[in-house]
Design a protein around this ligand. Structure first.
Ligand SMILES: C[S@@+](CC[C@H](N)C(=O)[O-])C[C@H]1O[C@@H](n2cnc3c(N)ncnc32)[C@H](O)[C@@H]1O
Length: 285
């Protein structure tokens, strides 16, 4: 019996990942991601209660809001959705959300939260790998995957309805290079010289892409790009003292000033290379 089957037996709300068979290296990557996120599960939401986390969440949500379907009957997939940071507000708005993730620990936290907030009936929770989704073609009106796995793009596009929208977090090649240079100049330069390359971020492997590479890749896959924003890490350039960034209480006026600054920078083409992630919004044609 596989690990996932064992987990599913204990948790009837979880459904087993389907699709094609995994290659050995893929299954190792998935296993190590699952282990890492299971260990992080209880701590994950706490970071979003700090000043820095709250700013990042506010910016992510402000950008997303404008792209949500008008129709509240729309079906939304939050793939690699973790503890439901985005699923929860979507469910509260009345959308039906499918939340899938590889980590039972993260999903368990999500389930408790949905239950506490009275929206569990709006949310379907599945344990599943984003690269092997169990859904039929064109199942969703809106597909989010805020994890940085460009390898999952084809599968996520497959389950998006034609005319539906997709939003993906991607690792920003130039932002990754800048952050890597101090500890390892050779690797930073190798990454900058290459067309596209993998980087390690907190023990997980991601393919890093520039804004233009992301645009080119998704257009080839039949996505009309609506916008690509720079998110995560823009705060690093504002020299806000560490103590304030980690604080759990703050001055609201300063919070508004910082979020406006970060939001404006996330849209500014001349500085988009600086962030840790890019968030892409597109429409399946
Ligand atoms: C940084 S967290 C993001 C969670 C959520 N999307 C958010 O924005 O708060 C990354 C999530 O991706 C999940 N993940 C990593 N690899 C995955 C895979 N192959 N399939 C599904 N989920 C995966 C992790 O378990 C974790 O919950």
């Amino acid at each position: 019996m596989s690990f996932i089957e064992k987990i599913s037996d204990k948790r009837p709300w979880l459904i087993r990942s389907g699709g094609r068979k995994m290659l050995e290296h893929e299954s190792k990557d998935v296993e190590s991601a699952r282990k890492k996120w299971d260990e992080h599960a209880e701590r994950y939401d706490k970071w979003y209660k700090t000043f820095k986390g709250a700013v990042e969440h506010h910016v992510d949500w402000e950008l997303l809001k404008g792209y949500l379907p008008q129709n509240r009957d729309a079906k939304i997939l939050d793939a690699a959705g973790g503890t439901g940071r985005i699923t929860l507000p979507l469910a509260k708005m009345g959308y039906s959300v499918t939340l899938c993730d590889i980590s039972p620990g993260m999903l368990n936290v999500a389930r408790q939260k949905m239950l506490r907030e009275g929206v569990l009936d709006k949310v379907e929770i599945l344990e599943c790998d984003v690269c092997r989704l169990r859904f039929a073609d064109e199942s969703f009106d809106f597909v989010l995957c805020w994890d940085g796995k460009i390898e999952a793009a084809k599968e996520l596009i497959r389950v998006t309805k034609k005319g539906g929208k997709i939003s993906m977090f991607l690792v920003n090649k130039h932002g990754a290079t800048i952050r890597k240079f101090r500890e390892d100049p050779d690797s930073a330069l190798a990454l900058l010289r290459s067309k596209s390359s993998y980087v390690y971020d907190e023990e997980e492997k991601y393919m890093a892409v520039s804004v233009e590479e992301a645009r080119e890749f998704f257009e080839k896959e039949g996505i009309k790009i609506i916008e690509i924003y720079a998110v995560c890490g823009m705060l690093d350039f504002l020299s806000i003292p560490e103590k304030i960034q980690k604080s759990r209480s703050w001055n609201e006026i300063f919070f508004r000033q910082v979020t406006e600054m970060v939001l404006r920078l996330s849209k500014e083409p001349s500085v988009k290379g600086l962030s840790k992630h890019l968030v892409l919004y597109g429409e399946r044609i």
